[in-house]
Design a protein around this ligand. Structure first.
Ligand SMILES: NC(=O)C1=CN([C@@H]2O[C@H](COP(=O)(O)OP(=O)(O)OC[C@H]3O[C@@H](n4cnc5c(N)ncnc54)[C@H](OP(=O)(O)O)[C@@H]3O)[C@@H](O)[C@H]2O)C=CC1
Ligand SMILES: CC(=O)[C@@H](O)[C@H](O)COP(=O)(O)O
Ligand SMILES: [Mn+2]
Length: 374
């Protein structure tokens, strides 16, 4: 039985992962999980599963829960996430939002755990450090992000040297049918209305700005070890093809499925095996699949991400931190939708890059560029 821990269990990915574990109790054992501040959701989860350890952000919450659930060990704060990283599970699902996942993910890798990676900001901020640590500790990083899971599946049994390019598909997000001029007056509620996927708030905004695709390009670079110009993006409004790989003989292999994250989550948990699932894709009901070249002038954030990737060093971490900061302010109603892009661009322009940063340097810039975060 594979022993699994979940960091970010109360979120969109986390709750779907709990469902996957409940559907496969004979395959997986849930060892530990972490929550942030959503104690209602955590209590709901703890009524249905029995982890050995639970981490929460706030120590007051820890004390309250400890008396309610005496069979569970509760921990809190940063050291709580470290305790999850150090438990005796075989695999950690990283499903927290943002670069807060970086340090515990590195600790989990150093402890020899395989990683089911949903938390893309970790690879964006410190891809080199994470992939080197994984190699050194003989740890597998299995992508959960739908596009990267698709590519990972397309590449099973293939040779790295025979890849021509990755084609990462993009839904276009909530405002895909609006011009740049029409973005001036869009609302938070509209931005949170993703056409295809039900996800957490931050990633839904990233999808609307196209920063999500930018983060995914950088994530792909680290996961699949390719040249930047081998990683391309394509608008595909149905989100049915989750991504594709083109090989040197021009053959293109794609992975298709419903917009349901349970599939990539379960695949990461069970890899190298596949397990049966409900919710099959009804291929007969697919009347058409649409594709459109990416428009970099319309989706400027994607261009910024390619720039950050080419510059390297601390720049992707700075871009990510500035984006987390700006999206947080947009979610709080403090800035407009287009201000997100302005903030990210300005912070990138101002930053003097440091090449090959260590963890301390990355965490320093991460903190600095989020320092006005309220
Ligand atoms: N949702 C999706 O379909 C997809 C998500 N991803 C990626 O997966 C990650 C999670 O996304 P999603 O599930 O949508 O996000 P959510 O916002 O729904 O969930 C985030 C989780 O992280 C916890 N959390 C947030 N901040 C902290 C913190 N400072 N310390 C500890 N825990 C914290 C939250 O706790 P609480 O709520 O209790 O405060 C919650 O459990 C992101 O990196 C996203 O880009 C990738 C592909 C698809
Ligand atoms: C489900 C998932 O992996 C998200 O990252 C999703 O891909 C967002 O869709 P778009 O960024 O293509 O709108
Ligand atoms: Mn994705």
């Amino acid at each position: 039985m594979k022993r699994i821990s979940i960091m970010g269990a109360t979120g969109s990915i986390g709750t779907q992962a709990i469902d996957v574990l409940k559907d496969n109790r004979d395959q997986f054992k849930l060892v530990s999980l972490s929550a942030g501040r959503n104690m209602d959701k955590l209590r709901e989860i703890l009524k249905t599963v029995e982890p050995e350890m639970v981490s929460v952000m706030d120590d007051g919450d820890r004390k309250a829960l400890a008396s309610e659930f005496p069979a569970i060990t509760f921990v809190s704060g940063e050291s709580g996430l470290d305790a999850i990283a150090a438990d005796d599970s075989d695999m950690l699902l990283t499903a927290v939002m943002g670069s807060v996942g970086l340090a515990p993910t590195l600790k989990a890798i150093e402890n020899g755990k395989d990683i089911a990676l949903a938390n893309k900001e970790t690879l964006v901020a410190a891809g080199g450090l994470v992939m080197n640590a994984a190699k050194k500790n003989n740890v597998n990083i299995i992508p959960v992000d739908s596009e990267h899971s698709a590519i990972f599946q397309c590449l099973r049994g293939e040779r790295h040297s025979e890849i021509k390019q990755l084609i990462i598909t993009a839904s276009g997000g909530s405002f895909r049918d609006l011009s740049r001029a029409e973005l001036d007056n869009v609302t938070l509620a509209d931005a949170l209305n993703h056409p295809n996927w039900a996800m957490g708030r931050k990633i839904t905004i990233d999808s609307a700005t196209m920063m999500n695709k930018g983060l995914e390009v950088i994530e792909a670079k680290w996961l699949f070890d390719l040249e930047t110009d081998q990683i391309t993006t394509l608008l595909h409004k149905e989100s049915t093809i989750h991504s594709m790989v083109e090989f040197v003989d021009n053959s293109i292999i794609a992975q298709l499925g419903n917009s349901d994250m349970k599939l990539p989550i379960q695949f990461a948990f069970s890899h190298p095996d596949r397990l049966p699932m409900d919710n099959p894709l009804d291929i007969n009901a697919l009347s058409q699949l649409n594709f459109k070249p990416m428009d970099f002038e319309r989706f400027k954030m994607l261009e910024l991400a390619y720039e950050a990737l080419k510059i390297g060093g601390t720049m992707p971490a700075v871009m990510n931190a500035a984006n987390e900061y700006a999206v947080d302010r947009f979610l709080k109603g403090e800035i407009s939708f287009l201000d997100i892009e302005k903030i990210v661009e300005l912070r990138m322009e101002e930053h003097e890059v440091i090449g090959e940063p260590d963890l301390e340097t990355i965490l320093h810039y991460d903190k600095l560029f989020k320092s006005n975060m309220r």
